[in-house]
Design a protein around this ligand. Structure first.
Ligand SMILES: [Zn+2]
Ligand SMILES: [Zn+2]
Ligand SMILES: [Zn+2]
Length: 368
């Protein structure tokens, strides 16, 4: 796949509105011409790479500085991952993030839980520097806590797992951590995915996520002009694949909202993250590590958010187990949203997903 695609489409600036195939009401303006880059680049913040910081409440030795421990992995004594109550619930320690379009603040006030997962006992480690085993353990911790929360309180409608890394992504505590918010409603964006994929299922009796994976793995698609029958455009759709493991795939979405957005999905259909097995998580760890290494190599000091989207357990529409497909959305923050984006709700992406995917794939990684 190293040779240059002769497709002239690549060289010409792209300027088109792309409809999100999963949620058609969401669209993005892909505009790559130089003059179309109105955005201010997000400054790469100097990364705190220290192993241990005396005053950091999340560092080993300072366990007494955190709220009570909920769980520790592999065990309390030799923890590598800790889950604790959030000292400042309701996004207290993280700036409100523009991705949270729903009223999180009001939502959580009624009831809900907000917990912090200290991802690693090493203060300044980045995700791509963690071992595959550690990443599998981290996602195992998410899975276990998610299951416990749903089991413990029937009123909870969604358990959101997410991570903000770097000041641009809203992370204000430098020690690597992620968060769990258990809430009494399903967030708007998840609900939109659930409903839209269910409509697709009713029409086509298939999962749209699976269909997109198949499409991404298909080598080539040709688009003909309906009038003349001439070939209008040849798409190498394999070009959207960033990483492929035995059980997981990392894809650059066709209608990416963020320049370097990448989604990771299980290759075999699975609606609920809680159904992922230990073998699944091992492969997820590998695909995630490699994906983050690629982003790091291209962007240098990547700041990002990731969100885990899984079928809400109370979703009762018949077929929803077949129509929804859990996934991890990784959204690197490389530019500050413009007023236009915030006001119009239309994302502007100034690097075509094809070019971004090409650059991410071109990174040479050491074999692990
Ligand atoms: Zn620390
Ligand atoms: Zn599927
Ligand atoms: Zn999603």
């Amino acid at each position: 796949m190293a040779e240059q695609d002769p497709n002239p489409e690549q060289e010409r600036p792209v300027r088109e509105i792309r409809i999100n195939p999963i949620v058609p009401s969401q669209s993005v303006l892909v505009a790559t011409a130089r003059g179309m880059r109105p955005k201010q680049a997000e400054q790469a913040a100097p990364r705190d790479t220290r192993v241990r910081v005396d005053t950091c409440p999340f560092c080993p030795g300072n366990e007494h500085m955190t709220p009570p421990e909920i769980a520790a992995y592999p065990d309390h004594e030799h923890w590598e991952i800790r889950i604790v109550e959030n000292l400042y619930p309701v996004l207290g320690d993280d700036r409100q993030n523009p991705s949270f379009s729903f009223g999180l603040q009001q939502t959580i006030d009624g009831y809900g839980r907000h917990e912090v997962i200290i991802d690693h006992n090493h203060h300044g480690i980045s995700l791509h520097e963690m071992s595959v085993d550690h990443l599998a353990m981290l996602f195992g911790a998410y899975r276990e806590r998610m299951a416990q929360l749903y089991d413990a309180d029937d009123r909870l409608r969604y358990v959101l797992v997410f991570k903000n890394f770097g000041p641009a992504a809203g992370g204000s505590i430098p020690h690597t951590h992620s968060q769990i918010i258990a809430m009494p409603v399903v967030p708007d964006n998840v609900q939109a995915e659930v409903e839209a994929s269910h409509r697709h299922y009713e029409k086509h009796h298939s999962c749209i996520f699976c269909a997109l994976i198949d499409e991404a793995l298909t080598f080539e698609a040709t688009i003909y002009d309906r009038e003349s029958g001439e070939i209008r455009r040849k798409l190498d759709v394999g070009q959207y694949v960033i990483e492929r493991g035995e059980r997981f795939i990392a894809i650059k979405p066709f209608a990416s909202r963020y320049e370097w957005e990448v989604h990771i999905l299980p290759l075999r259909h699975q609606a609920d993250f809680r159904a992922a097995t230990a073998e699944d998580l091992a492969d997820l760890g590998r695909v995630l590590k490699r994906t983050m290494s690629r982003l790091e190599a291209v962007l240098g000091g990547v700041q990002y958010n990731y969100f885990l989207h899984s079928l809400p357990p109370h979703e009762e529409a018949p077929g929803s187990q077949e129509s929804f497909h859990w996934h991890l959305e990784i959204c690197p923050r490389t530019s500050i949203p413009t007023g236009f984006e915030l006001g119009a709700g239309l994302f502007v992406n100034t690097i075509s997903p094809e070019e971004a995917a090409e650059r991410l794939r071109a990174v040479e990684l050491d074999e692990d």
